[in-house]
Unconditional design. Structure first.
Length: 161
């Protein structure tokens, strides 16, 4: 086994789970009423950002080859439409539950990967294109989603002000 792959995969997985833990701690500190607030005037609400992150993490399951999404209904609400679209949103309690469930599944699947499997292609790239662009792999997806999560949780931190 390539020690560089093993070390790289461990570093990224640890970074993802560390940021997920920090995110959970912040999200758990908010009341449902706080989540209903905009992070700043005219911006997204905390519940929208949490729903968006939940939908994005859920979409990682098929992208990484781990099976189907668990909450496909969230895409229309939290990815395809903006916060103020008028589309009814699930309750904060439901989104919190979905967030924990999706991430529990995701972490379990990521934990089971071998170092070599982290470097396999993700499902939105063909075998042919992957030969030309080997960075289009699972590791890169998780790296990008870790940054995405960090960005939006940073916005949510404004709810505690």
């Amino acid at each position: 086994m390539d020690n560089t792959k093993q070390l790289t995969a461990k570093i990224l997985f640890d970074l993802f789970t560390q940021q997920l833990g920090r995110s959970n701690k912040l999200i758990d500190s908010f009341t449902d009423e706080q989540l209903a607030n905009e992070v700043s005037p005219g911006r997204n609400t905390g519940i929208y950002l949490l729903g968006h992150l939940t939908a994005v993490h859920d979409a990682m399951l098929p992208l990484l080859g781990f099976g189907e999404t668990q909450h496909p209904e969230l895409v229309e609400i939290f990815i395809k439409n903006p916060d103020k679209s008028g589309i009814a949103k699930p309750s904060a309690a439901k989104i919190r539950e979905d967030w924990k469930q999706v991430n529990s599944t995701l972490v379990a699947k990521l934990t089971a990967l071998t170092p070599d499997q982290w470097f396999e292609r993700h499902t939105s790239v063909s075998e042919e294109d992957f030969q030309k662009e080997p960075h289009c792999n699972r590791l890169n997806v998780v790296a990008g989603r870790t940054t995405h999560m960090t960005y939006h949780v940073g916005q949510m931190a404004l709810l505690s002000k």
